[in-house]
Write a protein that binds this ligand. Structure first.
Ligand SMILES: Cc1ncc(COP(=O)(O)O)c(C=O)c1O
Length: 366
């Protein structure tokens, strides 16, 4: 096998990105501007919801959502113990306590049954994370939240375009957040958004996004932040969004090609999707089977790197970072954090590149 260099992810410009960025630059509107407004309109339309509020990244989108919902010190927010920890970190930043729920062993996402075990009189909100493009069982989670009077914010940073019972991930709860980071399904370099169908929540988020100022300049109605996206970044996003059908189609092709070649690798278990979910797979993640890879997941990652294949480990479980999050009884999260590896997942990968990744992976088997 001739050595190849295959990055885990690489941004791709599908059409009008350069033209729109130049247009934004030349317009002299380089902070906010027309492309920000357009991105908000186009993204809300794509998600089939009423409003999108653009943010400087997915983390500040979460922050804006928490502030708009008035999450405050002493509140508990239930988040999964396996997943990217932005929702937990932002909880800490607003003085709330993240409480970690176990995830399902097959979907790797939080479930209503596990969330219910975490509810206490201090619980204010649930933040389901749609990990790797899967979607949590939102019908049951919303039912539980409604019965207990809890808020829900969907973290759909990794699930742009994924659907649950025909609805876009991120639009089922009153608020849903997305990331437009360089590796995400559509990118603005750094960037993000919150979507909602509530005009009140949209207005509150807009207020917090810009130092609590609305119509009266330099008058702070609330102690806000600067969470704004620039016009140049939004210009990239508008161009990406024009090509979203192509991007999601190509992601699907990459996923299906992996399914074919991974059969030959063996010794791995893929993330499962319920029949209610139509995913746009953001990261092709597999769980390595200990018998097939006794050297351990991290040794496999190192060997693949030598062969030019860049991968990522599964997320560390909250328990692995007890210095920040404390320790809870989450054996599935701990297991996934030790065994999951995510493979190169760019939508531009060719069949030959995917075969190279899978052949390299197979050569690590003992
Ligand atoms: C699930 C999840 N939530 C939130 C974020 C934060 O997004 P950003 O990196 O744009 O701040 C990420 C980013 O990696 C993520 O994967």
């Amino acid at each position: 096998m001739q050595k190849r260099d295959i990055p885990w992810a690489s941004p791709h410009y599908w059409g009008n990105e350069e033209r729109y960025v130049l247009d934004a630059l030349r317009s002299s509107w380089i902070s906010g501007g027309a492309y920000v407004d357009r991105l908000e309109e186009d993204f809300a339309r794509y998600c089939d919801t009423c409003y999108a509020v653009a943010a400087s990244n997915g983390t500040t989108a979460l922050h804006m959502a928490y502030l708009a919902l008035d999450i405050h010190p002493g509140d508990e927010i239930i988040v999964p113990g396996f997943g990217f920890m932005a929702a937990a970190n932002v909880a800490l930043h607003v003085g709330a306590k993240p409480v970690f729920s176990e995830v399902d062993k097959d979907t790797w996402c939080m479930t209503a049954a596990e969330v219910e075990k975490c509810i206490t009189p201090k619980t204010r909100a649930i933040v389901p994370i749609h990990t790797y493009g899967n979607v949590c069982d939102m019908a049951r989670i919303m039912e539980l939240a409604d019965s207990k009077g809890l808020l829900v914010v969907e973290d759909a940073a990794e699930a742009i375009g994924s659907k649950y019972l025909g609805r876009m991930a991120g639009t089922i709860a009153p608020l849903g957040i997305y990331s437009f980071h360089a590796t995400k399904t559509i990118t603005t370099g750094e960037g993000g958004a919150v979507v909602t169908s509530s005009v009140e929540l949209r207005d509150r988020m807009s207020l917090f996004r810009s130092h609590g100022m609305s119509t009266r300049r330099y008058w702070h109605e609330v102690a806000g932040h600067n969470f704004r996206l620039t016009n140049m970044q939004a210009a990239i996003g508008c161009a990406q969004l024009e090509q979203i059908e192509t991007i999601t189609r190509e992601r699907d092709r990459v996923y299906k090609t992996y399914l074919q070649f991974l059969q030959d690798v063996g010794g791995v278990t893929l993330q499962c999707y319920s029949d209610n979910v139509d995913p746009v797979v953001w990261a092709i993640a597999v769980k390595t089977n200990v018998a097939a890879f006794p050297q351990g997941r991290d040794a496999v990652i190192s060997r693949l790197k030598e062969m030019g294949v860049e991968t990522r480990p599964g997320f560390y479980s909250s328990n692995s970072m007890s210095h920040i999050y404390g320790v809870e009884n989450l054996p599935i999260c701990d297991h996934l954090s030790q065994q999951v590896i995510s493979l190169p997942s760019s939508p531009t990968l060719t069949e030959e590149e995917i075969k190279y990744v899978c052949d390299s992976f197979k050569s690590c088997k003992r």
